[in-house]
Design a protein around this ligand. Structure first.
Ligand code: CA
Length: 383
C-alpha cells in the first residue's frame, strides 16, 4: 500500500528546489576569457537572483496552500491491526465489537455473506486530535453478482458509538462524519421500478464511495443512496478483488479529503475534497456494515490513524478562532448553522437589555411616586 502521503508534496517541492539550485550552480561556471573577479560577482548576482526567485516561488506556493507542511505520527490507541489482541474479548482493548462482527486471525469480519446482518467495531477512546488521517484496509466480497449484493460498509468519526441502525449498521441522525462504501444502487433500482432512468448528469456508478456529515437532525436517505446529503463521492469497483483495497480519509485544517487505492497499483486516487468541514473533538472512530435481502462479506483488515501536525502557523491561528460544538459544512445548506438564529439571538439580547433598562426606569419612577405620596401623607398628618 502507499505510505503516509501527507509530507510528500512539500518534500517533492523541496527536492525540485534543491535540484534547480544545483543546476544553477552548474550553469554558473564562467567563460575562461572573463576576468575572474567580474566573473565571480556575476556569478554571485545570478545565484542571488535565482535564490530570490526560488524563495518567492516557494513562498507563493506555501502561502497558497497552507496544508503542505505536515508531519504525521501513527497513533496506536486509535489504530486497529493484526493480531487484534484482545479486541472483542478484553475490556482493556482499544476496540470493541458490536452485533454480528467477529474476529478471525486475518480480519475483523463485520458481516458474513448472510441476510440481515449488521456488525461494527468501535474505538473505546474519544479522539481529541484536531488534524488526522485514517487509512482503512478493507475487503468486500461475496457470491452475489453485480448489483445483487449489499449493502456496504462505513467508516465513522461520530459523537455516539455502539448503536445499531439502518445506516450501514449505525444509527440514523448520527452526529459526525460517515464515509460510506455503498455497494447497492437503491436509487437506480427504485427508478427502474418506476420505469424512469438517470440522466447522464445525475448517474452514479456503483459501488460508490461518498462522505456525509450529520449534525444529529439530518437523516440519511437510504432510498436515494444518500444523495441529498452527499458532500462528494466517486465510483469504486471494490468487490471481489484479488488485490488489497484501501480507503484514505484525511481531516486537516477543516478540509476533508477522501482517496482510494483499489487498483492494486499502490497509488491513491482522488475521490472527494471538501473545505470548510467543521468537526468537534472527542468523537469516536468506528467501522460498520450491513446486509439486507442482498448480502456480502465486509471485512476490515486494518485501520491506521495518523496524527497530522500542520507546521504552517497561519492555518493553526485561523482554526483556533472558535471551538466547534456541532458538526457543520460551510456552504452546505442542510448543515449550515442558521444565521437567522444567530441574528435573532443578538436581537433578543438587545431587546432584553432595552426592556430591562426600561423596567428599571419604570420601577424607579414608581418608587419615587410612592415615596412622594407617602411623604406628602406624612407631612399632612403633622399639620
Ligand atoms: Ca445503497
Amino acid at each position: 500500500m502507499p505510505g503516509p502521503i501527507g509530507t510528500s508534496p512539500s518534500r517533492r517541492w523541496a527536492l525540485v528546489c534543491t535540484a534547480m539550485a544545483a543546476s544553477s550552480r552548474r550553469r554558473g561556471v564562467c567563460p575562461s576569457e572573463k576576468p575572474w573577479s567580474r566573473c565571480l560577482s556575476l556569478h554571485r548576482m545570478y545565484v542571488t537572483l535565482f535564490t530570490f526567485t526560488l524563495l518567492c516561488l516557494h513562498w507563493s506556493r506555501c502561502s497558497s496552500d497552507d496544508d503542505h507542511e505536515m508531519e504525521e505520527f501513527l497513533k496506536r490507541e486509535f489504530s486497529l491491526s493484526k493480531p487484534y489482541q484482545g479486541v472483542g474479548s478484553l475490556g482493556s482493548s482499544h476496540w470493541e465489537l458490536m452485533g454480528d462482527a467477529m474476529i478471525t486471525t486475518e480480519q475483523v469480519r463485520l458481516t458474513s455473506d448472510m441476510q440481515s446482518r449488521q456488525g461494527a467495531v468501535w474505538s473505546r477512546t474519544p479522539c481529541d486530535l484536531k488534524d488526522w488521517e485514517m487509512q482503512v484496509h478493507f475487503k468486500i466480497h461475496g457470491q452475489g453478482k453485480k448489483n445483487l449484493n449489499g449493502d456496504g460498509l462505513a467508516v465513522w468519526f461520530t459523537k455516539d458509538r455502539m448503536q445499531k441502525g439502518p445506516v450501514f449498521g449505525n444509527k440514523d441522525n448520527f452526529t459526525g462524519l460517515g464515509v460510506f462504501v455503498d455497494t447497492y444502487p437503491n436509487e437506480e433500482k427504485h427508478l427502474e421500478a418506476q420505469k424512469k432512468r438517470y440522466t447522464p448528469r445525475t448517474e452514479r456508478i456503483f459501488p460508490y464511495v461518498l462522505a456525509m456529515v450529520g449534525n444529529g437532525s439530518v437523516s440519511y436517505d437510504h432510498e436515494r443512496d444518500g444523495r441529498p446529503t452527499e458532500l462528494g463521492g466517486c465510483t469504486a469497483m471494490v468487490r471481489n478483488l484479488k488485490h488489497d483495497t484501501f480507503l484514505f480519509i484525511r481531516y486537516v485544517s477543516r478540509r476533508l479529503t477522501v482517496m482510494i487505492d483499489i487498483e492494486g497499483q499502490h497509488e491513491w486516487r482522488d475521490c472527494l475534497d471538501v473545505p470548510g468541514v467543521r468537526l468537534p473533538l472527542g468523537y469516536y472512530f468506528g467501522a460498520s456494515a450491513l446486509t439486507g435481502d442482498l448480502t456480502d462479506i465486509h471485512d476490515i483488515i486494518s485501520m491506521k490513524l495518523y496524527q497530522i501536525t500542520v507546521l504552517s502557523k497561519k492555518s493553526q491561528d485561523e482554526e483556533d478562532e472558535d471551538e466547534i460544538t456541532i458538526p457543520s459544512v460551510d456552504n452546505f445548506e442542510l448543515l449550515r448553522v442558521p444565521e437567522s438564529e444567530e441574528r435573532m439571538s443578538s436581537v433578543a439580547i438587545f431587546f432584553t437589555v432595552l426592556f430591562s433598562m426600561v423596567g428599571c426606569v419604570f420601577l424607579i419612577v414608581v418608587g419615587l411616586l410612592v415615596y412622594g405620596h407617602w411623604s406628602e401623607t406624612r407631612r399632612k398628618r403633622f399639620y
